[in-house]
Write a protein that binds this ligand. Sequence first.
Ligand code: MN
Ligand code: MN
Length: 311
Amino acid sequence: MHEQAPDLWDRALGAYLGFAIGDALGATVEFMRPREIAQAFGVHRDMVGGGWLKLPVGQVTDDTTMSLALGDALLAGGSATLQAFVANGDETLVRSIGDSYVRWLKGKPVDCGNTCRRGIQRYLREGTLAGLYNPGDGGNGALMRNMPAVFATLGDDAVFEKLSMAQARLTHHHPFSDSATVGLGQLLRLLLTGADQSASEQWTTQWVEANAVFRFTPYKDRATAYVVDTVQTVLHYFTLHEGFEAAMIATVNQGDDADTTGALLGMLAGARCGASRLPRRWLERLQPATVQAITAQTRGLLDLAQSMHPL
Ligand code: MN
Ligand code: MN
């Protein structure tokens, strides 16, 4: 690997572990209003489990486990299957992603969004790789699980978009879901290269100009699972606070889909600071099996990307 590889490794691992931190921290206050959170916790800042899912301390939810399911499928196929998908649209890879989502759902995950469930059930029943356009598919489920596609395609932006759309369309067919999935993935790719604050702010400004529905200034105080609200919340707090901890606390205390906004904020902020600078008190509370799976998968996905394109 090339000489910047240790930095890339730290940023990529920071993104994935940061994502899991946001998932586990946010799940405690998912579906609560900011005022309810304030009454219950003052400021919610400790990884204590609980929430409507009654989670043990440090347990992640569907956001992280679905991402791991995508990453597992990408790694199982290896570079030959990814290469066939790239070269001639071979369906093997996308089917194996669909199969992995089916296994995930059959494993009785702690939570599953409605659009994800409907899409996985359609794939299982009909074998189709995409549903028709559905105005109700504007949830954040396809966006939330896309990080492994970002990692596996580092070095090739066109393949990144193609793979992201293929994994997303298994369950979500909506223009806002599509543009959010590609957009936040592009921002993550930029951060993984070590972009500084001004470069990422410049990218964000331009992207929001081109995709005006995601404009987040002034912030509307809505953090629902509607992908527009999710992206606005994540970009608002990512831009507002440079430090991981401050950005994360502000995001999850916005409540509502707090595990998913927390996860996506953690992905961007974790890439910005790197795994070595993630807050220890949160990292140490994540379940060890989750940290292990994320670490192994990050290594595997970067190797996969490297085998396609020298990084
Ligand atoms: Mn969740
Ligand atoms: Mn959620």
